[in-house]
Design a protein around this ligand. Sequence first.
Ligand SMILES: Cc1cc2nc3c(=O)[nH]c(=O)nc-3n(C[C@H](O)[C@H](O)[C@H](O)COP(=O)(O)OP(=O)(O)OC[C@H]3O[C@@H](n4cnc5c(N)ncnc54)[C@H](O)[C@@H]3O)c2cc1C
Length: 446
Amino acid sequence: MKVIVLGAGIIGVSTAWFLLNEGHQVTVVDRQPGAALETSCANGAQISVSFCEPWANAGAPLKVAKWLLRDDSPLLFRPRLDPHQWRWGLSFLGQCNDAAFERNVRQLVALGRYSHDALKGVVAATGIEYQRLERGILHFFSSAADMAAGTAGAELMRRYGVDRRVLGRDEVLKVEPALAAFGPQIHGGTFTPSDESGDAMVFTQKLAALCCARGATFLHETAVDGIDTAGGARGRQISGVRVRSLRHGRPRTLVADQYVAAMGPYTAPMLRQLGIWLNIYPAKGYSATLKLKRPNDASVVSLLDDTRKIAISRLGDHIRIAGTAELAGYDHSLTTATAQKRCAALVRRYEELFPGVADTTQPNYWTGLRPSTPTNIPYIGRSRLPNLWLNAGHGTLGWTHGAGSGQALAELISGKRPALQFGFCGDALPASKPFVPVKAPITART
Ligand SMILES: Cc1cc2nc3c(=O)[nH]c(=O)nc-3n(C[C@H](O)[C@H](O)[C@H](O)COP(=O)(O)OP(=O)(O)OC[C@H]3O[C@@H](n4cnc5c(N)ncnc54)[C@H](O)[C@@H]3O)c2cc1C
């Protein structure tokens, strides 16, 4: 079949790769001059199968309320006159209970595992190099109360078969000796040895180049302006995609058999034109990438600093510090007072943790909009239009779930059943075998 993929982030490019594996003809459309130049560009770099808890949990409303007025809080909700933001917020509150948390974690763990295997498969098949480090993820805590919460979290995740180990301070320093200077302030940590890190943008761009080499067409600097449909109420389907070259302004309509919407946070406004309401809202985050002055003293294990809720990942002779979330609309600005404060806080924290290790005078700041759903579970599967497929809403874990989401959707489009217990949308699954829905036992969280 001819398939058009809208969006060349990690999700769109992974989908293109696996569609090629299934023997389809693929065209990818993106407004940027290259792949992975929006949210997949400079993220936290973590392949975080085992740290996948969604933001929504029973304790979240109280925490978020406390953070509401603080400009430097990890999660900032800026109320706007935007019904989509309120709809998202209310749905999020609806997920803040133990039953929903468990149901969501189950699916996120399943997708994470499947995706990790898919990623390993792509790396084995292609030999792509992207500063990959298979050193695990270490989450460290600076207070006894946070450590107690982290220990309970590890226990919960072990119930899903996740290997998350609880470590004392000395063990934390053994796993990552570079934390020695900050050691006295560390209470302990949790460690997931099977997790990884690597540069999502480098991976995606190299995979896009390989897709081209295998015959895919990438139309860059091409904006998707709208999607046309044809047919009556029952047989309505996509008849073409209206695109416009950003170089010459020339509009045209692209036609295929199947269409995939993988436009990250922009998927929701685009599909609203068709009466398809996806609950995806942008959650703005930041990163700072610093050149290392003393690479031998820098961390190699990917880190999560619980106090500031930030990720720190080693990328060759650079270090990436990423985190925080602002629910404040589609704002990409790095120059507002809040943005500058948040970016500066990332660098300041790195200097507290690793004094003198990186050059903090020339930080490379970046911001991206996570395509967030209230559950943190992406939309993967068929929309209610039979030839329009969804692969969007990957929130905090799009790099982790990219390869698997691409593989699963390509299989669904090809009429196959992915080997994954996941709530795919629409009537995506082939009817031959009944799909066993994910069942979550309702257990109280400790
Ligand atoms: C600060 C931060 C840290 C993060 N850290 C991690 C991490 O450590 N691990 C992890 O797993 N995930 C992480 N994430 C999340 C991850 O980066 C995202 O989930 C992922 O990049 C989403 O990929 P995507 O392909 O859906 O979106 P995108 O990468 O944004 O791709 C969508 C593409 O669609 C194109 N597009 C949109 N609209 C149009 C249009 N109208 N016309 C043409 N093209 C269009 C865009 O140009 C873009 O290239 C982080 C995110 C942030 C912000």
